[in-house]
Design a protein around this ligand. Sequence first.
Ligand code: 13P
Ligand code: SF4
Length: 300
Amino acid sequence: MDKIKQLKAERRAVILAHNYQPGEIQDIADFTGDSLALSVKAAQTDADVIVFCGVRFMAETAAILSPAKIVLLPDKNAGCPLADMITAEQLRELKAKHPGAVVVCYVNSSAEVKAESDYCCTSANAVEVVESLPEDKKIIFVPDQHLGQFVIEKTGRELILWPGYCTVHVAITEDDIKKAKTAHPDAVVMAHPECTESVKKLCDQILSTGQMLKFTKTSEAKSFVIATEIGIIHTLKKENPGREFFAATERAVCPNMKRITLEKVLWSLEDMHYQITVPEPARTRAKTALDRMVEVLPAK
Ligand code: 13P
Ligand code: SF4
């Protein structure tokens, strides 16, 4: 950790970590947050180097928004199965079937898919992004069907959905929630919108990871059941001493997020790897969609 600190200063680097990162990574980071907050931070920092402790699409987003900076992903294989569920070619085919439709793409997607999209969104502002679009516009929403379904319910808009899903969140079952509620009857149950519809129906609050951290601060409840990747429980506990947090299931672990270790962060700063870049013209096209995303703040 000392070596990381020293090299970070020498390289004029900033370490950004997602809320699902292992606890020790969140602890050495300069900034932790959800996808939206990290994107805003990546666009604003004046550091020369961004070490992105998260998965590839997050580092790509930083590279798209801050092309003059060096963006490092400490493990080059940290991907996101959800982001890989639609290709640019598949999106072009979908667009051809729905001429005139606007494309809103979840930030959990490749740079090439973003380049084919009109707007990006995260789980924190998907509702607001869709609400900002003209009523008469047809909207294609990719790639997460469950976030898309949540947006349909919140906005009453019809969306053309793509059948993508997060392998970690769909593994949280109704049975997990029912059992957790029986074990902790006074707890507030918070779920991420990537959970299935039947799971979300059983939960009290549907929130992005950043919104969960914010909600907890103002809530009067003393205990919470968390239906998302369990890495967030580290920060929830740290920020809320005296309150209790229970995972809906210990199975909710994203193996890609957990690829990042302290050693890999150190090596990434020593060897300046793995540099993530997005070639033109895809970068400029994807930036337009991302700029629109970082401008829309969530209501909650
Ligand atoms: P958040 O934007 O809520 O941090 O979620 C990111 C993610 O990967 C969810 O699985
Ligand atoms: Fe992707 Fe799901 Fe992991 Fe988030 S939790 S990075 S959506 S696989």
